[in-house]
Design a protein around this ligand. Structure first.
Ligand code: HEC
Ligand code: HEC
Length: 512
């Protein structure tokens, strides 16, 4: 299969957004995919690899998915490359299954397990599974960040299972350890924030005219930091190496292509698979598209039906006589029904920092939304403007450390890791003015960058594609499966989904 050559130059394909924004609006209001790209002499093919429920597809427009490119080279001192943690057959993230295989095959000597951040603590011993338990069981990498000097809060450790939750920093400020999943290095031309906490969004990704240049700047700085930190570089990479990495990353698109039950995910009018992302979606996307808070720069009203990939499957008919085809059609209707749940099922949004404390929204105690209130970018599922949110995933599931009963009920559905817990004090309560507040967190999110109380636990919702190939989910790997994730949302946001709706929603998420 091929994709259009028109899109094989990233600078050009990022630029085409300007003249096709009208198409984007048309496609959205019709709820259908835009027309086929005009040329089809592409040179990039879809690579597909088996995963938990079928096959994951990957398209690379700017270079091979393995081999000599800078993304695959060891540019530091510990033998790691970008591909150590961002693997093509795992949707450019890394799955727990593969982490465990690599540990067994190399007895823990694979560079992935370098103690700097591939162990629970930097003192972790090579080959000792217990010292790498967070990576082995939950796919987590240690991220260590200094408490900002101007922090509005005080932070202390109340649960320190490994002994390195807070350590003295060289700059005088203590360093905090949080544990996060590698985000996919794919579908990057749709990002509005880089990293869970947005710390690599140095130049904003919120205006179309500056978007290509700023994305390039941000990803270049990110690559440099990744080489310094993860690969423990002794000397700086060359400008050519950095630009090779960024150029490669910007051309990689991934999505599920085949489902064991539903078959080809782009059959009978559906738009699953990475080609649609590489061709049509890159042409349609602009920062703020379909913004759920009403600030779409094209002036389009928010359409909660942000996902329209499987709309044509809503009424695929059972064909008489052929049992196999009937089963497949039923599976396709289930995927389409799950997409409908994602677009329309009511979500009771409360106690979400970034929404319920947002004066622009009138600081509503509770309001009814949908999955797409937060996952509003059409057919990619992140937020089209930067909007870091606290949905509760970074709160502590330890007994009595969470005061919101809905968040506690949601967390009880997850098999989260045993990570450090921090006590935060000195912040005003965002949901009831004038009240000082102390609370517990396992990951301060954006507050660890800005030092602001209002940024606590806030992080981005990632692009929701290629999910089946890269369990577990959420920044801290707390959802071992999509079933757990759906049960979390059901309780956390009082959705009262039926078993059928949950089943359909999981089928849909698995097909992304
Ligand atoms: C040891 C594992 C590891 C290695 C090696 C690694 N990364 Fe990552 N990468 C991560 C983790 C973990 C995150 C998420 C961190 C966070 O959100 O705080 C991430 C996030 C990213 C993101 C952000 C994606 C997004 O949606 O915001 C990009 C881009 C990225 N990495 C590129 C690279 C590049 C380029 C290299 C090689 C120079 C590299 N990574 C090497 C673990 C790794
Ligand atoms: C109030 C905002 C909000 C709503 C509503 C919401 N999400 Fe999310 N979603 C987020 C945020 C923020 C994250 C990142 C959380 C984290 O990593 O800890 C996320 C993460 C996810 C992920 C994990 C992605 C990954 O790569 O690990 C999936 C899947 C997901 N959401 C699906 C859904 C579904 C399905 C619904 C509706 C039932 C939904 N979301 C409703 C904000 C929201």
């Amino acid at each position: 299969m091929t994709v259009s050559r028109r899109y094989s130059d990233r600078r050009r394909f990022l630029g085409v957004g300007t003249w096709v924004v009208g198409l984007a609006a048309a496609a959205l209001s019709l709820g259908v995919a835009a027309a086929e790209p005009d040329t089809a002499v592409g040179d990039a093919s879809v690579h597909s690899y088996p995963d938990a429920v079928g096959e994951i597809g990957v398209v690379s427009l700017n270079g091979a998915l393995r081999g000599r490119g800078a993304f695959f080279q060891s540019l530091g001192t510990n033998g790691r490359s970008c591909a150590t943690c961002h693997v093509a057959d795992q949707a450019m993230s890394i799955s727990v299954r593969d982490i465990q295989r690599r540990f067994q095959e190399t007895r823990g000597a694979d560079p992935l397990f370098a103690a700097v951040d591939g162990a629970n603590c930097p003192t972790g011993r090579q080959g000792v599974a217990a010292d790498h338990s967070l990576l082995l069981k939950h796919g987590l990498i240690r991220i260590f960040l200094p408490v900002p000097a101007n922090a509005q809060f005080t932070i202390s450790v109340v649960h320190d299972p490994y002994g390195c939750a807070m350590t003295p920093g060289t700059g005088g400020q203590p360093v905090v350890s949080v544990y996060r999943r590698p985000l996919p290095t794919a579908n990057l031309p749709f990002l509005s924030a880089i990293m869970f906490d947005g710390r690599e969004t140095h130049m904003p990704l919120n205006v179309l005219s500056s978007f290509p240049a700023n994305l390039d700047t941000d990803l270049t700085q990110q690559a440099l930091d990744a080489i310094n930190i993860h690969a423990q570089a002794a000397r700086a990479p060359s400008a050519q190496q950095l630009s090779d990495i960024v150029n490669f990353e910007l051309g990689v698109f991934t999505a599920q292509v085949h489902d064991a039950n539903a078959g080809s995910l782009h059959a009978r009018g559906a738009s699953g698979g990475p080609e649609y992302l590489a061709a049509e979606m890159t042409a349609l996307y602009y920062p703020g598209i379909n913004d759920s808070l009403g600030a779409d720069p094209e002036g389009q009203p928010f359409d909660s039906s942000a996902m329209s990939l499987f709309l044509p499957w809503a009424d695929v008919q059972e064909r008489r006589g052929d049992y196999v085809e009937q089963q497949r059609d039923a599976a396709r209707r289930s995927v389409a029904a799950g997409e409908m749940v994602f677009n329309t099922a009511p979500v009771q949004i409360s106690n979400v920092r970034g929404l319920n404390d947002n004066p622009a929204l009138g600081s509503p105690t509770t309001f009814a939304g949908t999955c797409t209130t937060c996952h509003d970018t059409p057919n990619t599922g992140n937020h089209s403007f930067p909007l870091p949110l606290d949905i509760g995933t970074g709160h502590s599931a330890l007994p009595s450390l969470e005061s919101d009963p809905n968040i506690a009920a949601g967390l009880a559905e997850l098999s989260g890791a045993d990570v450090p817990v921090y006590l935060i004090s000195g912040c005003p309560n965002p949901f009831s003015a004038g009240q000082p507040q102390s609370f517990y967190t396992t990951d301060p999110g954006k507050a660890l960058l800005t030092g602001a109380c209002s940024d606590f636990n806030r992080g981005k919702g990632p692009i929701l594609r290629g999910l089946a190939a890269r369990a577990p989910y959420f920044h801290n790997g707390a959802a071992a499966s999509l079933k757990e994730l759906v049960n979390f949302y059901d309780k956390r946001f009082q959705m009262n989904l039926t078993d059928r709706q949950k089943h359909d929603l999981v089928a849909f998420l698995n097909s992304l």
